[in-house]
Design a protein around this ligand. Structure first.
Ligand code: OXT
Ligand code: ADP
Ligand code: MG
Length: 572
């Protein structure tokens, strides 16, 4: 007969459960990742505890999913990886999240400190914390079970407060297995209070901004993805409409107000940038996407910038900011609305008409191209068909990557609601496609249309199995022009290798989806494309449409060919 000791009757918990309990306590209920040593059981237990645990085929895609989940929900998206190689695979996405100001936490298992620090050759040995540090907003390691609650709280707050970004959390294998008293464990958990506190702009800063705006003859508002992230949709609409100022949406801010809004300057981009005299930046940076706020794209008329951003260091990053408005977008925009008072005078008709005329000219110029039913398809014909599909389904989420496929889609497909367009972001990174599509479907429950260049798709294409496995309502359209930018380059030496930008001709990407039980369709005309995509969006079945695009119809690097360095030695 055995006697029960105090030890036997004491309820215990461990690192596994403390991590799961901490995440759940903070309303984080989804994990994107790839299982393996030492985190396989963590994923299993998280699922057993009611979390959604989505396993990917490669950590980079899980990471891109977590990053965009952060953008869509304002909560950190969590990516869980194994040590060294898995960690490194997830790191691109963590850096991408930081670059794009998306809240994300990369939690990675790691090997034992004692062995790593003496470089004695542990299984998947790597000093992950040191490597992650320069690539993210914050990086932490937890060594003791009783610190898990505070460690996760710290990671959450670092990811979402101020300018959002990526956080690395290192969890050595030994920590995950550590045991402690359950009651003490429960007490050690931390629910983060007010993780992203409002940041109210100073009254002087608001008055300064209003003064600058009052002096404007040709004002312009630029909405960036920070404005979309902020979820201050009603205030932003009120500011735009009350002020009467034309606005230009950056790519992922499209739909914050519907693209067919009478004040949209989206189709008059060049004119709006060149001719404006006061520019109100809302959650957008004056980086390469805006030619750093200077040079040819901005014309010769002098500019004054008003900039709303939560990050004070963003001010004067490229050009002088006449009126910095540091705070969260919701607070700053509502302060501006209040300060405008009831008698705000709209900008001159001359200015708003100039924008409207340019919009109408550009839209009219594009319209006939979108109606073409050419075989093989060009970008306009194919996107003309898809444009109608999104118009009829404004709640659907559009994921978009490629070069020509990205640039044409951005200008051709109008968006009608906020946070419905997801794309390559600040880095122009290829590979976001399937991760973003999966997270968009999981986080929102809405159908997803992913419009992918054939090269772009290749970076995450294996995740079609993931899409089928979870039976997600995702329709992937691969714009197959046989290569990067165009499929027509030739090897100048006449050798057997094809040119570096060219792929196998006549590939059938649709068969990849069919291989995993999804629907695969090959289409050659806009009519066929419309039929296949409508069917997919209605059925919600995982579908991949291989859209055969004329290999001649793209241009080098899409609309950013000017960024390619030119050799002084002429091409052979
Ligand atoms: O005002 P004007 O007259 O100027 O006209 C503008 C608008 O007013 C007008 N417009 C409209 N007209 C009519 N109607 C409507 N509705 C309308 N809306 C707008 O149209 C024009 C253009 O408007 P836009 O687009 O707003 O303006 P503009 O001047 O283009 O804006 C400037 C930018 C810089 C803001 C904009 O161009 C932009 O956002 N660009 C982003 C570009 C980008 O990020 N590209 C991706 C990277 S390219 C390259 O790097 C690639 N790689 C290398 C690689 C990468 N990236 N990543 C990794 C991990 N590895 C390698 C690779 C491998 S792309 C790539 C693959 C490419 O091949 P694919 O097969 O995938 O794709 P295909 O090319 O299709 O073959
Ligand atoms: P885009 O590429 O669309 O121009 P950027 O990613 O360059 O947009 O800029 C987004 C900006 O928004 C960043 O400078 C970031 O600090 C800011 N931002 C993000 N969220 C908020 C918020 N809630 N309030 C204020 N600024 C924000
Ligand atoms: Mg291509």
């Amino acid at each position: 007969m055995t006697t029960e000791t105090a030890q036997d009757t004491q309820a215990l918990t461990d690192g596994f459960h403390l991590i799961i309990d901490s995440l759940k306590l903070n309303d984080i209920n989804t994990i994107y990742g790839v299982p393996g040593i030492p985190i396989t059981d963590l994923g299993r237990m998280a699922q057993a505890e009611g979390m959604r645990v989505l396993s990917f085929r490669h950590e980079q895609n899980a990471g891109f999913a977590a990053a965009i989940a952060g953008f869509l929900t304002k909560k950190p998206g969590v990516c869980l990886t194994v040590s060294a190689p898995g960690f490194l695979n997830g790191l691109t996405a963590l850096a991408h999240a930081t670059t794009n100001c998306f809240p994300m936490i990369l939690i990675s298992g790691s090997s034992e400190r004692e062995i790593v620090d003496l470089q004695q050759g542990d299984y998947e040995e790597m000093d992950q914390l040191a490597i992650a540090k320069p690539l993210c907003k914050a990086a932490y390691r937890i060594l003791h079970a009783e610190d898990i609650g505070i460690g996760i709280a710290r990671a959450i707050r670092a990811a979402v407060s101020g300018r959002p970004g990526g956080v690395y959390l290192d969890i050595p294998a030994k920590l995950i297995g550590q045991v402690m008293d359950a009651e003490a464990g429960a007490k050690s958990l931390v629910k983060v209070i007010d993780p992203a506190p409002v940041q109210i702009p100073g009254p002087d800063a608001v008055a300064r901004a209003i003064n600058v705006l009052k002096g404007a003859k040709r004002p312009l508002i630029i909405l960036g993805k920070g404005a979309a992230y902020a979820q201050a949709d009603e205030d932003i609409r009120t500011l735009v409409e009350k002020s009467g100022i034309p606005y230009l949406p950056m790519s992922m801010a499209k739909g914050l107000l519907p693209d067919n809004h009478p004040q949209s300057a989206g189709a008059a981009r060049s004119l709006a940038l060149k001719e404006s005299d006061v520019v109100v930046m809302i959650g957008a940076r004056l980086n390469w996407l805006l030619s750093h706020g200077k040079g040819k794209s901005w014309g010769t008329s002098p500019k004054k910038f008003i900039q709303i951003d939560i990050e004070p260091k963003e001010m004067d990053s490229n050009v002088e900011i006449a009126a910095p408005l540091v705070g969260d977008i919701g607070s700053c925009v509502s302060a501006l609305i209040d300060a405008m008072g009831d008698n705000w005078s709209a900008p001159s008709k001359e200015w708003t008409d100039a924008i409207k005329d340019k919009v109408e000219t550009n839209v009219a110029r594009m319209a006939p191209k979108l109606m073409n039913n050419n075989v093989p398809m060009d970008y306009h014909g194919a996107l003309g068909a898809l444009r109608t599909i999104i118009k009829e389904r404004p709640d659907a989420i559009l994921v978009n990557e490629g070069a020509n496929t990205l640039d044409f889609t951005r200008s051709i497909i109008d968006m009608y609601k906020p946070r419905k367009r997801l794309d390559v972001g600040t880095w122009g990174v290829m590979g976001i496609g399937m991760g973003q599509a999966i997270a968009a479907a999981v986080e929102t429950g809405h159908p997803v249309l992913a419009i992918e260049g054939d090269s772009a798709f290749g970076f995450s294409g294996m995740e079609v199995e993931t899409i089928c496995r979870y039976n997600l309502p995702i329709c992937v359209v691969v714009f197959n022009n046989n290569g990067i930018y165009r499929g027509t380059d030739v090897n100048p030496t006449g050798g057997a290798d094809v040119a570096p930008t060219v792929f196998v001709k006549g590939s059938r990407y649709d068969q990849m989806m069919a291989a995993f039980g999804g629907v695969g369709v090959n289409v050659t005309s806009p009519d066929e494309l419309a039929r296949a995509v409508n069917e997919a969006m209605d059925s919600g079945k995982p579908t991949l449409v291989n859209a055969v695009i004329d290999p001649e119809s793209g241009t080098e690097s899409g609309r950013i060919g000017n960024l390619n360095p030119q050799s002084v030695v002429s091409k052979k």
